[in-house]
Write a protein that binds this ligand. Structure first.
Ligand code: F6P
Length: 481
């Protein structure tokens, strides 16, 4: 029977992703706190027009008892348009740490740590069904449901079946925030057919780049035998539109932040600390796809081959905590600490003054000492992030594969016209490389190539820096979210 509340709601947009725009965290005192999750999806979608009938569905991130969930629900809805779909802890673990992050994540990023087991797959199906059932119950005629990312690839088809069942006309979109791999690689997955069929339940499917869209369409033919044309996959009576729409950022939010006197002060003080040095910056989630150890190795190789840079070049690498239950990420953290210690012991000079400035998370080495690598394992508030981007001479993105990588765009947006016009040194295998043609691109699997790219960025003329920056800036300001 129809819920009377639903009859009065106007049709609207229902965004669906594994996480809501805020994650629920439990405090030491046992109450709840709402945090913005890290990563591109929430950043990329935060500019969506949130009309009266807008809702964003997702998993709260931890189990919340039903009686406590009631209070949270109204805060989530009123302040964030968010609707929590709670999941039992064990089921969430098999879905998130299991099938999503031990199977699909490595598979889509061509990583050898890919594993598959049926229990995880069953959990994935169950979670997707829970999401689809909830959406089907809440949808009204005319709604647009926009499903996001690899956690929920079965939802479009499951929802379509509900839609037919209840005779509601809803439009279903799906957007993948990761790469979509080549068919020969995708078919390693024993359930590749089911996943493709799940996504094809959509009316429209979006990817960041033309090569991901091409891979997807080719896979629909090679694995499912569907006919394809330029931008369509034909499934008997229905066709599905496949679109390339690279996610963007809101560059104005960076410009506004940069105009604040407090930020100018922070940026000047950071520049002052590093006045006789070049600053290389990295901002990444702690994830094995981000090529983090290679960045330290490249810096070390550069210092050994070009000793004139010793004392004059530093790497500040922010490592945002992420997916901490994944073993590969835990190992990665100790590897990074070890590599940073080795580089600092080999090339550093006693750091006589370290201090906590207003950038509370950042420990800068005093100007008379030298610490080649500073690792900051922390979330960084927006004003500090913009300060770092603004003050850095080079931003280094070294992902071995990456759906898009919004750090690249954020760096470009934080470099002011009249200032130093920093150079973006970007892996060829980040989706952003298809858009940001002014970057210096390199193959992250080849250390020599990364060192060459860094050298080029360090020695580039001011006019080349300016023209490359302008090329990137045009894309970033035109391709807003
Ligand atoms: O880039 C893929 C992605 O899943 C994003 O969609 C998301 O914002 C980010 O990784 C962080 O992921 P998680 O939800 O696992 O913290």
């Amino acid at each position: 029977t129809a819920n009377p509340k639903q009859l009065v709601r106007d049709p609207g947009l229902l965004v669906v992703s594994n996480r809501m725009p805020v994650s629920v965290k439990r405090t030491a005192e046992g109450s709840y706190r709402l945090d913005k999750p890290s990563g591109g999806l929430v950043t990329g979608l935060s500019g969506i027009d949130k009309g009266a009938s807008f809702s964003w569905y997702g998993w709260p991130g931890l189990p919340v008892p039903e009686e406590e969930l009631q209070d949270l629900r109204s805060v989530l809805k009123e302040q964030h348009h968010a609707v929590a779909i709670p999941l039992d802890d064990d089921l969430a673990d098999l879905h998130y740490n299991g099938f999503c992050n031990s199977t699909l994540w490595p598979l889509f990023h061509y990583e050898g740590c890919f594993s598959y087991n049926r229990g995880d797959w069953e959990a994935y199906q169950r979670v997707n069904q829970i999401f689809a059932d909830r959406l089907a119950a809440d949808c009204v005629d005319g709604d647009v449901v926009w499903v996001h990312d690899y956690h929920l690839m079965l939802v479009p088809e499951m929802l379509r079946k509900h839609g037919l069942l209840f005779n509601k006309k809803i439009t279903i979109g799906f957007f993948l925030h990761t790469p979509f791999p080549a068919g020969d690689h995708f078919k390693i997955l024993p359930t590749c057919k089911e996943l493709l069929a799940g996504v094809l339940g959509s009316d429209m499917i979006g990817f960041h780049t033309a090569s991901y869209a091409k891979n997807f369409k080719a896979t629909c033919t090679s694995i499912l035998g569907h006919k394809i044309s330029h931008s369509k996959v034909f499934l008997g009576k229905r066709s599905v539109h496949v679109k390339v729409s690279p996610i963007g950022i809101d560059p104005d939010s960076f410009t506004r932040e940069l105009a604040k006197p407090e930020l100018r002060r922070l940026s000047d003080s950071l520049r002052d600390t590093y006045k006789d040095k070049r600053v290389l910056l990295g901002i990444d989630r702690l994830d094995y796809i981000k090529g983090l150890p290679r960045k330290i190795e490249a810096l070390t190789q550069l210092l050994s081959q070009q000793p004139e840079w010793i004392g004059r070049l530093v790497l500040i690498q922010v490592v945002v905590p992420s997916r901490q239950d994944i073993g590969e990420n835990q190992e990665l953290f100790s590897t990074l600490n070890r590599l940073a210690d080795e580089a600092n012991r080999q090339y550093g000079k006693s750091v006589s003054a370290t201090y906590h400035d207003l950038l509370t998370h950042i420990i800068f080495s005093g100007s008379d000492g030298y610490q080649p690598v500073t690792l900051l394992h922390s979330n960084v508030p927006f004003n500090e992030l913009v300060t770092l981007y603004n003050a850095a001479d080079i931003c280094l993105v070294a992902s071995t594969r990456d759906g898009m990588n919004l750090v690249a765009s954020e760096y470009v947006a934080s470099q002011q016209e009249h200032e130093r016009k920093g150079v973006l040194v970007l892996s060829k295998f980040a989706g952003a490389a298809e858009q940001l043609a002014g970057s210096v691109q390199f193959n992250p699997w080849c250390l020599d190539d990364m060192v060459d790219a860094l050298t080029k960025a360090l020695t580039m003329s001011e006019s080349e820096r300016a023209s490359r920056h302008e090329q990137n800036r045009k894309f970033v300001v035109q391709n807003t979210r």
